[in-house]
Design a protein around this ligand. Structure first.
Ligand code: IFM
Length: 458
């Protein structure tokens, strides 16, 4: 018999503001760090930018129809800070009005809005005041949150503060390949991260004050090391929550997630990270660690691990030709089984898969169809693994496919297509792919169309 998803499990789909909205100089919006970064020669593939993107700003009704047509329970989107706080102390009514219309349109179609406050588009004027390096950013984030919550809190009940802090700081402040394009030392970035976490905590408290029935969470990347045999479960969990290491140091869980989930930074981490923390950081931990209602997990891939004869961690090599997406990311459905379990266990909160999906080679075929069967298989395998995690005790509130439609994939411009809906970036025509119909069937049946068993990935 097919295992069911819980009745209140949310099937969803996700996007973010800068990646789809376009209309960057409309209705008083101010420039963001991404608008600026896109003007730097060589920063973004083929010189692309988000100035038009999918023109979601101008095609709201059409896009809400596409969302509703999927039969999803929830839509995760982000509000654009630069549309709302366009200058110091100035709240832009026209920016808020756009999200007001979006929320109403979703609710009219029976789709619950899951709102993300920060998905990377920092107002440029704030960056010029020090951005994440300056403690005042937490006050600014609280002010922005006040504005959004004040306007939408009567209807939006699911709030996500911050999307993927590891990318904001790792790609944007260490490697310089994302806006704002900085390459800073570890101690300096540690300060910025602390301010980011503080901003998250301040937003949580604003939401709690204004929306007592809100479900509040955040959406870090979840780096998942999964065991290839049951005996390796312990080393896999330990490796998942390993300390930041080497050149890859920003791409870890614990330096970001322990302060939020446990109210403390992890012992034993690199001294430069501790040294960089701003004076008085201990006093911020209560705010940063304020209890959440849900833990978002953005999971795209994982790392298979095993345990060696002396109990040590062994990284397992994949067989030659193992499945890989167009991003070069390996296909590891087991990460949607183990990731939710490990995070539920460590932080004691229900989780939601706030992002999962892939870029694949999608174009409109000669007969007008877009048979993106790799995406269909990826979806089936990952939801299958997630359903097993739920059956084995993980408390999972929902699953959000990344993404509703092809969009601006940051430094890669429009080269990588993640959507269930194809977008022609010249005409902006939307064409649902095969995966759109298949995901819709899954949502409408609440997962009943998932096969009982899936053959191993080969
Ligand atoms: O497109 C991004 C998204 O903005 C954040 N998470 C990963 C996605 C795919 O790279």
């Amino acid at each position: 018999m097919s295992l069911p998803f819980p009745d209140d499990f949310a099937f969803g789909v996700a996007t973010s503001a800068y990646q789809i909205e376009g209309a960057v100089d409309v209705d008083g919006r101010c420039p963001s760090v991404w608008d600026h970064f896109c003007t730097v020669p060589g920063a973004v593939r083929d010189g692309h930018d988000g100035s038009i993107a999918c023109d979601h700003y101008g095609r709201l009704a059409e896009d809400v129809d596409l969302i509703a047509g999927l039969g999803v329970d929830a839509y995760r989107f982000s509000t654009a800070w630069p549309r709302i706080v366009t200058a110091p102390g100035h709240i832009e009514e026209r920016g808020l009005a756009f999200y007001d219309r979006l929320v109403d349109a979703l609710l009219e179609r029976g789709v619950a809005p899951w709102l993300t406050l920060f998905h990377w588009d920092l107002p440029l004027w704030l960056h010029h005041r020090g951005g994440w390096l300056d403690r005042s950013i937490a006050d600014h984030f609280a002010e922005y949150t006040e504005a959004v919550v004040g306007r939408l809190g009567d209807r939006v009940k699911h709030w996500i503060t911050f999307n993927e802090p590891q990318c904001v700081f790792g790609l944007g402040h260490v490697r310089g390949v994302h806006a704002p394009g900085l390459r800073l030392d570890m101690a300096t970035v540690s300060r910025a991260i602390h301010h980011g976490l503080l901003a998250h905590g301040r937003a949580v408290s604003v939401i709690r004050d204004r929306v007592p029935d809100a479900k509040v969470g955040w959406a870090p990347v979840a780096f998942v090391d999964y065991p290839v045999r049951p005996e390796a479960r312990g080393v896999a969990a330990a490796a998942t929550f390993r300390l930041p290491q080497g050149d890859e140091w920003p791409f870890n869980n614990t330096w970001f997630t322990d302060p939020v989930g446990l109210g403390q930074y992890p012992e034993g981490a690199d001294p430069n990270l501790w040294r960089g923390l701003p004076a008085g950081w201990e006093r911020d931990l209560e705010t940063i660690g304020a209890p959440l209602d849900l833990w978002g997990l953005n999971i795209y891939r994982g790392r298979p691990v095993d345990v060696g004869p002396d109990g040590e961690l062994v990284l397992v090599s994949r067989v030659p030709g193992h499945g890989e997406t167009l991003m070069g990311w390996s296909v590891d459905p087991e990460c949607l089984y183990w990731g939710p379990r490990f995070f539920c266990e460590r932080y004691g909160k229900p989780v939601a898969i706030t992002e999962n999906g892939l870029a694949s080679m999608d174009w409109v075929h000669h007969d007008g169809t877009i048979p993106d069967l790799g995406r269909v298989d990826y979806l089936v395998r990952h939801l299958h693994a997630l359903r097993r995690a739920i059956a084995d005790g993980a408390e999972v509130l929902g699953y959000f496919q990344w993404s509703l439609m092809d969009n601006f994939e940051w430094e890669l411009g429009y080269a990588k297509r993640f959507g269930l809906v194809h977008v022609d970036f010249e005409t902006l025509e939307r064409t649902p792919k095969e995966s759109y119909a298949r995901y819709a069937a899954l949502c409408h049946s609440r997962g009943a169309t998932l096969p009982e068993d899936v053959a191993p990935l080969r």
